[in-house]
Ligand binder design. Structure first.
Ligand code: EPU
Length: 418
């Protein structure tokens, strides 16, 4: 298993190009199952989770090819409408094929995800939505089996709580259902808007993506399309924090400021300066000291849970007490203990973490526990004295494209130890 060696204390300076969004690429790849035609996706990031989704599509029977930074999917025939345990256990987002498969084939079999490092993460809401569209869903041997031999019927469905992949799954299913579907309490994340944009290019009739109510008029068939994935706001947010934590000066290319408003506001309050010097470009500088700022994670457009761990690392370097409240996942503070091993002063009390700064961080051996927790350890290591060794960086590789190369180009002393 690869490790990272990071020697901290360098101000990062330079430019970083942001990759396509992992969490857009995953539903976009699943959406390719809705048509027998060829779908060409641009800016699919070559990260591990995307590789897992491509394996899943191949297992199902689609051909997946790569050419010049594009991924071309052709799901002419569906051989096995299922997501087996081996793939779902490495990536929960495999359940995104449930909706498309039931809609296209009238049946699907998807392994139930187990627990995960950040909480229980069930898929009961995906199932409830599909049942509302007329699917018969049973559970046996650890698998969800959904059937709709005569196709899905449009209906009204209100999510009990907001779910990003739940909304995407249902959106994809409803695109091929008979009649109209209205999804209420829908997720408003940019990734939902992106998958809706792809579906519209494929011939779907969708209105309201990006708001809490999405209206879908089902069509009999979808066709091939070409689509470019949006930039990864979480990758961009992670590098913004890297600029702030090292007191550096970074220019991020290919990012959408609009997707990062909540983080940018908090960074500015904390004493960093984030500007937009050109379209699709963000610059971060941090001329003076950092101040503590409280954050509470929320669904979009609130502060993203996927940036909570990174912000916690930053708050260890801020003067004062920061209270970080996690409302989306029940167990997403695993990084706090590892940060404490590096010298951070953090007390976790239920859904809140109280971070007292400024702490002198010193390099240590730490273990990455999930994707964003690992990113927070990388950030803390950049600010720490001496060398940090981060074990199990495969967690980082799930969602960041060559993070070590991007950071090294801005001066970071980081290397991968195979
Ligand atoms: N939930 C249920 N039942 C469901 C679905 C969700 O109870 O059927 C609960 C979850 O347990 C959680 C909350 O609802 O407490 C919200 O979960 P959501 O369904 O929105 O999360 P997700 O769709 O599984 C996506 C991202 C996550 C991100 C969350 C929240 C993808 C592939 N994953 O997960 O990204 O944290 O939304 O924004 O889009 C990451 O990239 O590191 C990551 C974990």
């Amino acid at each position: 298993m690869d490790k990272f060696s990071i020697t901290g204390g360098v101000r990062l300076e330079g430019e970083i190009a942001i990759s396509g969004a992992k969490n857009s690429a995953l539903p976009a790849l699943a959406a390719c199952l809705l048509t027998a035609d060829r779908v060409t996706l641009h800016r699919i990031p070559p990260v591990r989770d995307v590789g897992t989704m491509q394996k899943l599509l191949a297992h199902i029977g689609a051909s997946v090819t790569h050419a010049d930074g594009r991924v071309i999917v052709e799901a002419g025939a569906i051989r096995a409408p299922e997501a087996p345990y081996e793939l779902v256990k490495t990536m929960r987002a495999s359940s995104l094929v449930l909706g498309p498969l039931v809609a296209r084939c009238g049946r699907a079999r998807v392994s139930l995800p187990g627990g995960c490092a950040i909480g229980a993460r069930p898929i009961n809401l995906h199932v409830a939505g599909l049942e509302r569209l007329g699917a018969r869903v049973t559970q046996e041997h650890g698998y969800i089996e959904a059937e709709a031999p005569n196709g899905l019927e449009g209906a009204m469905f209100a999510f009990d709580r907001i779910s990003v992949t739940g909304t995407e799954d249902l959106l994809m299913a409803a695109a091929l259902a008979r009649g109209e579907t209205i999804i209420d309490n829908a997720a408003r994340e940019p990734e939902v808007v992106d998958v809706a944009a792809l579906l519209i290019r494929m011939g779907a009739d969708i209105e309201g993506a990006g708001t809490s109510t999405i209206r879908i008029r089902g069509v009999a068939e979808l066709h091939g399309a070409e689509h470019e994935i949006i930039p990864d706001r979480i990758e961009a947010g992670t590098f913004l924090v890297a600029g702030a934590i090292t007191g550096g000066d970074l220019l991020l290319r290919n990012c959408v400021a609009e997707h990062l408003r909540a983080l940018i506001a908090k960074l500015n309050q904390a004493g960093a300066e984030v500007t937009e010097p050109a379209p699709d470009t963000l610059r971060i500088r941090r001329p003076g000291k950092l101040r503590s700022v409280d954050v509470t994670t929320e669904e979009h457009p609130g502060f993203a849970t996927d940036l909570q761990a990174q912000f916690m690392a930053l708050m260890t370097q801020a003067e004062g007490i920061a209270i970080i409240t996690e409302t989306i996942f029940e167990n997403r503070f695993m990084h706090a203990l590892e940060l404490a091993r590096m010298g951070a002063n953090i007390r976790v009390d239920g859904r809140q973490a109280i971070v007292a700064g400024v702490s002198r961080l010193s390099g240590a051996q730490v273990i990455a526990s999930d994707l964003r927790a690992s990113a927070s350890l990388v950030l803390a290591a950049l600010a720490a004295e001496g060398e940090t060794i981060i074990d199990r960086v495969y967690h980082i590789d799930r969602g960041y494209e060559k993070i070590e190369a991007k950071l090294a180009r801005t001066g970071a002393r980081i290397r991968r130890i195979p």
